[in-house]
Design a protein around this ligand. Structure first.
Ligand SMILES: [Zn+2]
Length: 348
């Protein structure tokens, strides 16, 4: 079977790998399409130190169930069904981190752990408990958006976005776009996205948000004007000093700023904008098993606007080129999906 292998930093190749066999409790998945994540690009360049040469990455994926391993008969999964997988694997008998599996120190993440063959391969195995069936009626590519949308749903839950809230999102790339849809799902009254790239702003507007260019003047002033008041919640999908400063400046007294982007290891903070204004700062990283399952249910209903999140779908052979382009910053407004299985193509 074919796979995109990170042969060395800045070098991705299509290579042959043996087809895996599902062990007890596992399911063999025939991957249909896998999204390229920002973390994969940083892994490709070696910047984040979270990927290694020889690795097969890929954690945002949609597949068909190919084979059920021993002991998975009771899972309810059926061969041939479209499915996605929660890449976060925790030991089966470990209940200490129930409801917050992402905090389990024994967790392993498909697409991050180098010893696991992940979803830029045509076949992978995953624990049956991590596999979620999808309706046949769902355009199959949307299944690859479930993982990034789970990141976004977890973020808006961490930030406690409530119905009728005014929401500011800093950064209109794939994370910011996903956060817009998740904030809408939670009932946000108005959403402003601050994003320097014009195509990304246009995409966010098509999702139903207002989009502003941070180069055109103070973000907080214009966000407050468009929202009709200070933001109840700001979600920083960039995570650098400038965006965090905008988030704090635009947020109401007692409001919440959620840090979900990882743009910088250290940031400068206006301490009084937190202390005297009693603002809350919360971090958000990945999702719990419940967040993921809830996102499966949400996306299974084809939420409005979701098609906008996919900008390009390329065949496996063009995967290396897509990584090369994205790593040098060639702008793509939304997600790029790599189709691993060329017999099962594209959007409906
Ligand atoms: Zn990702």
């Amino acid at each position: 079977v074919k796979a995109l292998v990170l042969e060395d930093f800045h070098r991705m190749v299509v290579a042959e790998r043996p087809r895996p066999e599902p062990a007890a409790g596992e399911v063999l998945l025939r991957i249909v399409a896998t999204g390229i994540c920002g973390s994969d690009i940083h892994g490709y360049t070696g910047e984040n130190g979270r990927r290694v040469p020889g690795q097969i990455m890929g954690h945002e994926s949609v597949a068909r169930i190919e084979q059920l391993g021993p002991g998975t008969e009771g899972s309810g999964l059926v061969v041939g069904q479209p499915a996605t997988f929660n890449p976060l694997i925790v030991p089966a008998d470990d209940t200490r981190y129930a409801g917050r599996e992402q905090h389990n120190p024994a967790r392993k993440v498909i697409g991050v752990a180098p010893e696991i063959v992940a979803a830029f391969a045509q076949f992978i195995v995953a624990p049956a408990v991590n596999v979620h069936a999808l309706p046949e009626s769902l355009p199959i590519s949307y299944g690859a958006l479930i993982e990034p949308l789970a990141v976004a749903l977890h973020a808006v839950r961490r930030a406690r976005v409530r119905p009728e809230d005014r929401v500011l999102v800093l950064g209109g790339g794939p994370i910011g776009q996903s956060v817009v849809l998740a904030a809408q799902k939670e009932g946000a009254a108005a959403i402003v996205v601050s994003e320097p790239d014009a195509e990304r702003r246009a995409l966010c507007e098509r999702l139903g948000a207002y989009a502003i260019d941070p180069a055109e003047g103070p973000v907080a002033d214009r966000a407050v004007e468009l929202l009709g008041g200070p933001a109840d919640v700001a979600l920083d999908a960039v995570g650098v000093s400038a965006t965090l400063a905008d988030a704090l400046a635009a947020t109401a007294l007692g409001g919440t700023v959620c840090l979900v982007g990882m743009g910088a290891k250290r940031v400068d903070l206006d301490a009084f904008a937190i202390s005297t204004a009693e603002r809350n700062i919360v971090g958000s990283f990945t999702y719990s098993a419940d967040d993921f399952a809830d996102t499966v249910a949400w996306v299974s209903g084809s939420p409005e606007g979701i098609a906008e999140l996919i900008s390009e779908e390329v065949p496996l052979a063009e995967g290396p080129d897509a990584f090369a382009r994205l790593s040098v910053g060639v702008p793509v407004p939304g997600k790029v999906l790599v189709h691993l299985d060329e017999s099962d193509t594209g959007k409906a």
